[in-house]
Design a protein around this ligand. Structure first.
Ligand code: ATP
Length: 230
């Protein structure tokens, strides 16, 4: 579904990764791991076409993502690590807003959707007054509303309680079973026995770009590649 080759990312004069290849197919989950600052969010944003790599190319179903951005975005759901919700609006209004921006056919009502993500009873409270985990649940409701095939998720379990994590993992499994694909970062170990999880580890060492490619030192850091099925 998504295939990236030769990705290089420099941020703030630092080489975060280079020569990075990855691919995720229908029914697959790719977990991107690495210490703080390794470049996980930067990689996700590049894969979601929200920022540009210094080098490399990314294909979605064989087409460069830049060649048909609208087509790509219609198949993509990106959730950043911030909740990305409207604080002054209620959970229900937030979901109505999502539906307007990216209409998708859903069998359940928005009220049922909120109950599904554990927000029954909070439908009418301004989101800004809810806890971090409850706000996160509003954002995650998009995963139940969207018909996008590819999910790119930055730390989706942040602030969720045990039940929230378990419910989300179940929903991941259903999405994969229906032919979807997921690329996500998480510092958490996944407990999804029915799902083959591949892992990509970004390295910890970063190096000043000024020192890279001079021939005097090996290319800096990383790229332990995905592969092992847990
Ligand atoms: N737009 C930007 N401009 C300058 N530097 C940036 C930018 N985005 C990220 N960086 C830097 O790139 C490095 C990697 O950031 P990134 O957020 O990708 O790491 P991460 O692996 O997701 O970290 P964490 O686990 O802490 O969320 C950091 O040092 C950060 O300061």
């Amino acid at each position: 579904m998504l295939e990236a080759t030769g990705l290089c990312c420099i941020r703030d004069d630092r080489l975060l990764f280079q020569s990075l290849d990855l691919a995720v197919g229908s029914g697959e989950l790719l977990q991107i791991e690495g210490p703080n600052g390794a470049g996980k969010t930067s990689l996700l944003r590049i894969l979601a076409a929200l920022s540009q790599p210094q080098q490399g190319r990314i294909l979605f179903n064989g087409e460069a993502i830049d060649s048909d951005r609208e087509g790509y975005f219609s198949q993509l759901l990106y959730l950043g690590h911030k909740a990305g919700i409207k604080q002054e609006m209620t959970p229900l209004e937030n979901l109505e807003f999502y539906q307007q921006v990216a209409p998708a056919k859903v069998d359940a009502s928005l009220w049922q959707m909120l109950a599904l993500v554990g927000l029954a009873g909070y439908e009418d409270m301004p989101a800004g007054k809810l806890s971090a985990g409850q706000q996160r649940r509003i954002a995650l409701a998009r995963l139940w509303l969207s018909s996008a095939k590819l999910w790119i998720l930055d730390e989706p379990f942040t602030s969720l309680d045990k039940q929230g994590v378990a419910g989300l993992q179940q929903h991941f499994a259903a999405h994969l079973q229906q032919g979807g694909a997921i690329i996500m970062t998480s510092h958490q170990e996944l407990h999804m026995p029915t799902v083959p999880v591949r892992r990509l580890m970004l390295g910890s060492s970063v190096e000043d770009v000024a020192g890279a490619g001079t021939g005097s030192e090996p290319a800096p850091q990383q790229v332990l590649v995905s592969g092992g099925v847990q």
